[in-house]
Structure formats: C-alpha cells, structure tokens
Design a binder for this molecule. Structure first.
Ligand code: SAM
Length: 326
C-alpha cells in the first residue's frame, strides 16, 4: 500500500496518454501549444510496465486522460493491456468525446468501464469559441455512442468560464432531469501560461448554484454533502440524474485526496496544483528494475503535499493542464 506522511492511502492513478489534443480549450492550453517529441513520452510497453508496478503497490483505480487520450496511437490496445493487468479494479477515461462516436464500442470491448466527457455548453457557436476548434455535434454523437456501449453512468464535465459559458449552466444542469447522467461543474484552476486568464474568469460553485436556482429551481444537496470522488452531489427534486460540483478553488478536497498523476512523459505528479514531480521515465530507461521503481514511487508518494497553495498564491507554473493530465 502506498501511504503518504499524512496517513492518506494513495490508490488512484490518473494516466495521461498524450500531451496532444484535437481541441484548444481556452482554459487548458494556448492555441500555438508546442508538444513534446514522441521519443520523450512513455512508450506502450513502458506504460504497461508502470501500470503493473503501480498495481503491485496497491493502486487499483486508473483513469486515462491527456491531452486527449483517444488520439493516442493504439489507445484500444493500451486499454486492453491495462484492463487485463491483475489488480486493476476500475478503469475509466476523461475525454472530449469527439472520437467516441467510433471508439466507444471498441474501448468498451477492450475493458474500459466508464467515461467522463467534457461539454462546456449546448450552444454550437459557443462550443467552438471555448474549444477554438470543436464541433458540438461530434461530442453529442460520442455521448450517445458511449451510452449505447455501456460506458455508464455517463458523467459530463463543464469548466465554467466567465464571459464564455456562465449563462449556460442551467441548460447543462437540466440535462439530468430526464437522463440518469451526472453533470459536474468544475471550478477553473490556474496553470502556467493560462493562469492569469483562469484567475480572472473563474466562476465559483456558489454562483453557479445561485444562477441555477434563479433560472430554474434550487438543487438539493445529497449525502449530507459527502464527496463522491472529488464532487459534492446535488439533484433537482424528482430528477433522474445528479449534478456535481468540483470546487477545487472555493472548497478544496485535499484532505481526502487519494490520487497521483502520471504524465505522458513519465513523471509522477503528486498534486495537480503543485509543481513538484518525480521522474520515473529516466530511471526506467537507465535500467532500474521494478523494485527500484517501486521505491522511487513510494518515496514520492510519502512526500505528497498536503494540499494546493492557491490561497497563498502558489500557482503551478511548469505545466498547463494538458501537460499534466486533468
Ligand atoms: N481532453 C480530455 C477532456 O477534454 O476531457 C481530457 C483532458 S482535460 C485536461 C481533463 C479535464 O480537465 C477536462 O474536463 C477539462 O475541462 C479540465 N480542465 C482543463 N483545464 C482546466 C482548468 N484550467 N481548470 C479546471 N479544469 C480544467
């Protein structure tokens, strides 16, 4: 079991399959983003070896992300490899959904269990403006294909950005009235080159809930406010689905954080919002055996920061979200 010095048991690994993306969301990366050369990224065999090492340390929950995980070459084979690794109990993916129209079924057949799909608005023009390159109909086709493939319960994510989509939150939340979906609003976080933009345009969960109450009806808190993963859950009275809030800025959930992130270039990141990292790729390529890699991981986990430092103006500067894996 991988424990940190605060007694948290870390068993959840979010793996970035690539730093590249087929969108350029305004809050995630600059439009002229420069990507890392392929040879500096974890190759398929290196990635699967690390997954096995992590499972032997007690990690049992894995999420694939990016960049955009569905554009990674061999993504179906990688999913099959991870799904068949002993000790992997939960395997899900966070994706923009654009390629799920054709990939949802093969991914489900390969062992993927669930997807979280990002959709910041239901307005095609605004969607294009936020993502710079995206077409909403492709995402919608991806959501439907995921539901048909059984990648359920369907979870949808929106980052709320002032001046872009704060007026769309009620329509988005109302998707859960007739569908057993979970819609989750994410407070925008500041990273690297897009930090100033994020800090100026953040919309808090309290503001989102107040707007939804005014424009439709108040949401009812579920489970006495206990977190479901990182989200605090609500429901419209009588609705089939649920609405969640991931409020990293105004209500941080660091105390219950059980996760670590593996970047596409093979670095272990113990806090999304702190720059401290542990390189796994370099020792692996230098010939470290699995026991040595395990010790590097355990030492890194032990030093996992207690929480983020946004309240003290400590902002992650070395990477934007797409280079970490959200
Ligand atoms: N491309 C995939 C997607 O769109 O879901 C996976 C990677 S993306 C980095 C993962 C999640 O991070 C998405 O839900 C995205 O909206 C969110 N995200 C990106 N930048 C963010 C930021 N600055 N603050 C909060 N969430 C962010």
């Amino acid at each position: 079991m991988a424990l940190d010095r605060f007694g948290r048991s870390i068993n959840y690994l979010r793996i970035s399959l690539t730093d590249k993306c087929n969108l350029r969301c305004v809050y995630c990366m600059p439009e002229n983003m420069v990507f890392r050369p392929k040879e500096t990224l974890l190759q398929d065999d290196e990635l699967l070896r690390l997954v096995r090492v992590f499972t032997e340390l007690g990690f049992n929950k894995f999420r694939l992300t990016g960049g955009e995980p569905t554009i990674r070459q061999n993504v179906v084979e990688i999913v099959a490899g991870i799904a068949s690794t002993p000790g992997v109990n939960s395997l899900s993916m966070t994706t923009n959904g654009i390629l799920l129209g054709k990939l949802a079924q093969p991914l489900a057949d390969a062992g993927l269990q669930r997807v979280n799909i990002s959709i910041d608005t239901l307005d095609p023009d605004k969607f294009h403006k936020i993502t710079r390159w995206g077409h909403l109909d492709e995402v919608w086709a991806g959501i439907e294909a995921s539901e048909r493939a059984g990648l359920t319960p369907i979870k949808l994510n929106a980052v709320v950005v002032r001046g872009f989509n704060e007026g769309d939150v009620t329509e988005l939340a109302k998707l859960t009235v007739d569908r057993d979906w979970q819609f989750r609003f994410i407070e925008m976080m500041p990273f690297g080159d897009v930090a100033a933009f994020a800090q100026n345009a953040v919309v808090t969960d309290a503001e989102i809930r107040a707007r939804i109450a005014e424009e439709y009806m108040p949401l009812e808190l579920l489970d006495d406010g206990h977190l479901d993963g990182e989200a605090r859950m609500y429901r419209f009275p009588g609705a089939k689905g649920e609405v969640g809030f991931i409020s990293t800025i105004t209500q941080p959930f660091c105390a219950s954080c059980n996760r670590a992130r593996l970047t596409a270039d093979g670095v272990l990141r113990l806090c999304l919002l702190r720059d401290k990292e542990v390189d796994l790729l370099t020792p692996m390529r230098a010939g470290a055996d699995n026991d040595e890699i395990k010790q590097i991981i355990l030492d890194g986990v032990w030093q996992k920061p207690w929480g983020h430092g946004l309240a003290d103006d400590v902002i992650p500067l070395t990477r934007v979200m797409s280079q970490i894996g959200g």
